[in-house]
Design a protein around this ligand. Structure first.
Ligand code: ZN
Length: 98
C-alpha cells in the first residue's frame, strides 16, 4: 500500500508502509502477523511494507481497533484486539484509503 491520510474521530492520521522502521523490529511470535504500530501524539500508523497487501490490510484493521479502543476508553486488551481483528477480517472487512 502507499502512504495516505485518513480522519479518525476528527483527527488526521498518517498511514505509512515503510520496508523497515525502528518501532517494528525486532518482533516476537506473540505479534506474528501484526507488524504495525500506532504513535501518539504524531498520529501515525506504521505498517510494515514487507508484508503482503492482505497482511497489511489485516494489520491496519488491528491498529484501527486499537485507536477505537483508546479514543473510547474501552481499554481492550491485546487478545481482544486480535480477536476483533480476526473476526472482522473473516467476515469481509477491508480497509480502503478513501
Ligand atoms: Zn496490537
Amino acid at each position: 500500500m502507499i502512504a495516505f491520510k485518513k480522519k479518525i474521530f476528527g483527527v488526521t492520521w498518517t498511514h505509512k508502509f515503510p520496508k523497515s522502521h525502528p518501532n517494528l523490529e525486532p518482533d516476537d511470535d506473540s505479534n506474528a502477523g501484526y507488524q504495525g504500530t500506532t504513535t501518539y501524539p504524531t498520529c501515525e500508523i506504521i505498517i510494515s511494507g514487507k508484508m503482503t497487501e492482505g497482511r497489511q490490510e489485516l494489520t491496519l484493521l488491528h491498529e484501527h481497533i486499537h485507536i477505537v479502543s483508546f479514543e473510547n476508553s474501552l481499554n481492550l486488551k491485546e487478545k481482544d484486539v486480535k480477536c476483533l481483528t480476526a473476526g472482522l477480517f473473516a467476515i469481509g472487512y477491508r480497509m480502503t484509503n478513501k
